[in-house]
Design a protein around this ligand. Structure first.
Ligand code: 2AM
Length: 478
C-alpha cells in the first residue's frame, strides 16, 4: 500500500480533486464504478503525479496506507449510501470516509452516526469552487471528528485555495454534519449575493438607462473597491458578452427564468426550522421561483405600473453611485443573517463553530470569495461573540453612511415599479433590528384576544392574559 488518499467517483469533480492531490505530491488511489473513467484519467493525466488505479473496491482499499482516507465524489443521495455500503465492510477501525458531495447535513449526521458505531470516521466535507476550484484550489469545509482531521487536515490544506495572507482555505468546521451545514449556508449566501447583484443591474438598466456594456464597466469599477469579489467580476464579464449568433447583448438573448439545484431552498427550509430570519436568502430563492413561473407572469403581464420620466445623464450617474451603497449595505445584512444561522445551528447541535474561521476559509477558492470576507473575519477576531455583523463598529459605520442612498434607491425602485425584493427585505430587516419598539406588541395582543396565548409585559415579570370577552381585567397566568 502506497497511496495517502483515495478518490472514488471520477466524474469531473472527482477527477479534478484527484489531480489536485497528485499535483501536490501525494500518491492518489483512484477508483470508479466503471473502470473506463479510471483508465481515462490515468491515460490523460497520469504524468501529473502518482496515481494508483484500481478496478475493484478491494484493490482500491488495499492500495491505501492506514489510516485509510477515501473521498467519495458521487452524486449526493442514494449513490453516496450505495458507495458507503460497498466500502464500509472493507475498512478497519480508524479509517476515514470523506463525502465531498453536496449532501444535506441531516444525511451526513445519520451517516456519521452509523459509521461511528462501526469505528469508522465519516467526514462530510463541503467543497466549494466548482470544477475549476477542485483542480486549482477549492475552499474545503470538513465536518466529522476532530481526530479524523488530524490525519486528514494536512492533506486537505495542501490542496485548498490559499487566502491572500497565505492561510489555506480549509479548516475543521465541527463534528458530524457541521461541514455540510456551513457549505449549505455558503450556497444560500451565494444566492443572496447573486440576487442583490441582479437587482443592481436591473436598476442601472431600467432606472439609470445604462446599456449592458456600460453596466459592465460600472461593475468593473465597483470591483476595484469594497465590493471586490468573484461574483462582481464575473457579472462584468457576462454583461460585456455579446451573443455571437445575433450580435445582441448576451443577457438579452438568455431566457429570464432562473433555475436552482436546491441548496438555497435547503438553507431557507433549515432556517425556518431553526427560527433564524434569513430574509435575504429567502427573497433570493423566491425571486428565482417567481422568474420561473411563466404562467403567472403571462397572466399578470400588462397589469398597470407607474410611469416615470427618464433620468438625465447626471442624475443617472448619481443614481449609480447610490446603487453601489444600497448593494453594499444589503450585502452586509445578508451576510449578517447567514452568520446568525451558522451561530444558531452551532449552538443547537453543539458544533462549537469558529465563526471567524468560516469567513477566513471563504476568502479564497469558493464562489462568494471576496475582500469583504476578511472584514468579517476581522469583526469576529475583535469580538468572537458578536451577535450580528451589523453591530460591528466598522460595518455599523459603513451601513450608517450608506443608509440615505439605500433608502433612496429602494424608494426609487418602488416608485418606478422595479422589483427589488433583496434590497427591500435587507432594509426592512435593518430597520426592524434597530427599532426601539416593534408592532409585535400588537401581534401579541391579537394572539391573546383570539387564542388566549398570553403575553409578557414590559414592566413586570410573568405571563398575562386579558379577559377580552369578559370585563377586560388582566390576570397573571405564570
Ligand atoms: P460511473 O462513471 O460508473 O457512472 C458521477 O455520476 C459519478 O458518480 C460517476 O463517477 C459515477 O460512476 C458515480 N456513481 C453514480 N452512482 C453511483 C453508484 N450508485 N455507485 C457508485 N458510483 C456511482
Amino acid at each position: 500500500a502506497t497511496a495517502q488518499i483515495g478518490v472514488t467517483g471520477l466524474a469531473v469533480m472527482g477527477s479534478n480533486l484527484a489531480r489536485n492531490f497528485a499535483r501536490h505530491g501525494h500518491t492518489v488511489a483512484v477508483h470508479n464504478r466503471t473502470y473506463a473513467k479510471t483508465e481515462a484519467l490515468v491515460k490523460e493525466h497520469g504524468h501529473e503525479g502518482d496515481f494508483v488505479p484500481s478496478e475493484t473496491a478491494e484493490e482500491f482499499v488495499a492500495s491505501l496506507v492506514k489510516p485509510r482516507r477515501i473521498i467519495i465524489m458521487v452524486k449526493a443521495g442514494e449513490a453516496t449510501d450505495a458507495v458507503i455500503d460497498e466500502f464500509a465492510p472493507l475498512l478497519d477501525e480508524g479509517d476515514v470516509i470523506i463525502d465531498g458531495g453536496n449532501a444535506h447535513f441531516a444525511d451526513t449526521r445519520r451517516r456519521e452516526k452509523d459509521l461511528r458505531d462501526k469505528g469508522i470516521h465519516f467526514v462530510g466535507a463541503g467543497i466549494s469552487g466548482g470544477e475549476e476550484g477542485a483542480l486549482n484550489g477549492p475552499s474545503i469545509m470538513p465536518g466529522g471528528s476532530a481526530e479524523s482531521y488530524k490525519s486528514l487536515g494536512p492533506l486537505l490544506e495542501s490542496i485548498a485555495a490559499k487566502a491572500e495572507d497565505g492561510t489555506p482555505c480549509a479548516v475543521h468546521v465541527g463534528p458530524d454534519g457541521a461541514g455540510h451545514f456551513v457549505k449549505m449556508v455558503h450556497n444560500g449566501i451565494e444566492y443572496a449575493d447573486m440576487q442583490l447583484i441582479a437587482e443592481a443591474y436591473d436598476l442601472l438598466r431600467s432606472v439609470g438607462g445604462f446599456a449592458p456594456e456600460r453596466i459592465a464597466e460600472i461593475f468593473r469599477n465597483w470591483n476595484a473597491g469594497r465590493l471586490d469579489s468573484y461574483l462582481i467580476e464575473i457579472t462584468a464579464e457576462v454583461l460585456a458578452h455579446k451573443d455571437a449568433a445575433t450580435g445582441r447583448p448576451f443577457v438579452d438573448v438568455v431566457a429570464d427564468e432562473a433555475e436552482q439545484k436546491g441548496t438555497g431552498r435547503w438553507t431557507v427550509q433549515t432556517a425556518l426550522d431553526l427560527g433564524v430570519p434569513v430574509s435575504g436568502i429567502a427573497e433570493a430563492v423566491f425571486a428565482r421561483s417567481v422568474s420561473g413561473h411563466k404562467e403567472l407572469r403571462e397572466a399578470a403581464n400588462g397589469l398597470p405600473g407607474p410611469s416615470a420620466e427618464p433620468l438625465s445623464a447626471t442624475e443617472a450617474e448619481e443614481f449609480a453611485a447610490r446603487v453601489e451603497e444600497a448593494l453594499y449595505a444589503s450585502k452586509v445584512v445578508s451576510y449578517a443573517q447567514g452568520w446568525n444561522m451558522i451561530a444558531k445551528a452551532s449552538e443547537e447541535y453543539g458544533w462549537d463553530i469558529d465563526l471567524g474561521a468560516m469567513a477566513a476559509i471563504w476568502r479564497g477558492g469558493c464562489i462568494i470569495r471576496a475582500a469583504f470576507l476578511d472584514r468579517i473575519r476581522a469583526a469576529f477576531a475583535t469580538d468572537p461573540q458578536l451577535p450580528t455583523l451589523l453591530a460591528d463598529r466598522q460595518f455599523a459605520e459603513e451601513v450608517g453612511r450608506a443608509q440615505d442612498a439605500w433608502r433612496e434607491v429602494v424608494a426609487t425602485a418602488v416608485r418606478r415599479g422595479v422589483p427589488t425584493p433583496g434590497f427591500s427585505a435587507a432594509l426592512a430587516y435593518y430597520d426592524a433590528l434597530r427599532a426601539e419598539r416593534l408592532p409585535a406588541a400588537l401581534t401579541q395582543g391579537q394572539r391573546d384576544f383570539f387564542g388566549a396565548h398570553t403575553y409578557r409585559r414590559t414592566d413586570r415579570e410573568g405571563s398575562f392574559h386579558t379577559l377580552w370577552s369578559g370585563d377586560r381585567s388582566e390576570e397573571q397566568t405564570a
